[in-house]
Design a protein around this ligand. Sequence first.
Ligand SMILES: NC(=O)c1ccc[n+]([C@@H]2O[C@H](COP(=O)([O-])OP(=O)(O)OC[C@H]3O[C@@H](n4cnc5c(N)ncnc54)[C@H](OP(=O)(O)O)[C@@H]3O)[C@@H](O)[C@H]2O)c1
Length: 71
Amino acid sequence: MKRLLITGASGFLGRRAAAFYSETCEICAPSRTELDITDLENVYAVFRRFKPHCVIHCAAVSDLGMCEKDP
Ligand SMILES: NC(=O)c1ccc[n+]([C@@H]2O[C@H](COP(=O)([O-])OP(=O)(O)OC[C@H]3O[C@@H](n4cnc5c(N)ncnc54)[C@H](OP(=O)(O)O)[C@@H]3O)[C@@H](O)[C@H]2O)c1
């Protein structure tokens, strides 16, 4: 079975992607505290541990107002 890593898995898109692939893939869906994408060492550690075949990258700051205020 393919190993699929989903970032931002607690978000709108990530949660749905995890549900969609739950029957066909082994899923790693870490929370933001388990995988902070702004922390490179943290990202390497998760990749080394889980060794995903594929990644669906859904982690993002999706609040446009916040992004415009603090680019
Ligand atoms: N929603 C849509 O219809 C849609 C359509 C097309 C494209 N997209 C794109 O898909 C992406 C996700 O959208 P969304 O609607 O799912 O947003 P969302 O509900 O706000 O989810 C974003 C996820 O990213 C996580 N996150 C934020 N900063 C992070 C970090 N530094 N490390 C790890 N995780 C982090 C959030 O965790 P916390 O909740 O803990 O902060 C949350 O789980 C965005 O780039 C968006 O533009 C969305």
